[in-house]
Design a protein around this ligand. Structure first.
Ligand code: ZN
Length: 177
């Protein structure tokens, strides 16, 4: 796969609390082959994930990390069973906490990243975030096989939705047909 030489490889280990205190910004890439759970679902394990992480202290004085992780993953189209390139982008917004109790005290726009003292595996966190952003099913955008076979011709867009209660709210508020 194509690699730009200026692309630094993101370090695997880092101390998120220390990083937040120092306002560390990390930019780089990770080979998808280094993310086993992504490599398992993507056909192109030779690809890479572009990552930008900004560790900081939030307005609420919480240690947080915000940023993005994006990759073009080769998934299997569930209509024609041929590979389809799906751009996957995760918006990362995590509060670094010790435990569930800390997680409960986070402002709602931060998801908890429960992390012990010292170094944490950044790849693990990024992999988790990417997995949450994967579409439930992948389709070619164009109709790859006869649309008459399917009642809905349009590819299904699956938005990242982590909060089951929000989904419930949406279900409740959507008009009944
Ligand atoms: Zn297809």
């Amino acid at each position: 796969m194509f690699k730009t030489p200026s692309n630094k490889v993101l370090p695997r280990q880092g101390d998120p609390r220390k990083f937040a205190q120092h306002g560390v910004v990390l930019e780089g890439c990770i080979a998808t082959s280094d993310l086993p759970r992504i490599a398992e679902v993507a056909e192109n394990s030779g690809g890479e994930v572009q990552v930008r992480l900004e560790f900081k202290i939030s307005e609420e004085k919480k240690k947080v990390v915000v940023g993005t992780a994006s990759a073009d993953l080769l998934l299997i189209c569930q209509r024609c069973l041929e590979p389809v390139t799906v751009p996957v982008e995760s918006n990362i917004s995590l509060g670094i906490v010790w435990d569930e109790e800390g997680a409960n005290k986070l402002p709602p726009h931060f998801e908890p990243w429960i992390s012990g003292e010292g170094m944490a595996d950044l790849y693990d966190m990024i992999e988790e975030e990417l997995l949450l952003s994967l579409p439930a099913v992948a389709y070619h955008e164009e109709l790859c096989i006869d649309s008459k076979l399917y009642s809905s011709g349009k590819p299904v867009e699956v938005k990242k939705e982590r909060n089951p209660f929000q989904v419930l709210e949406q279900l409740k508020s959507s008009p009944k047909s």
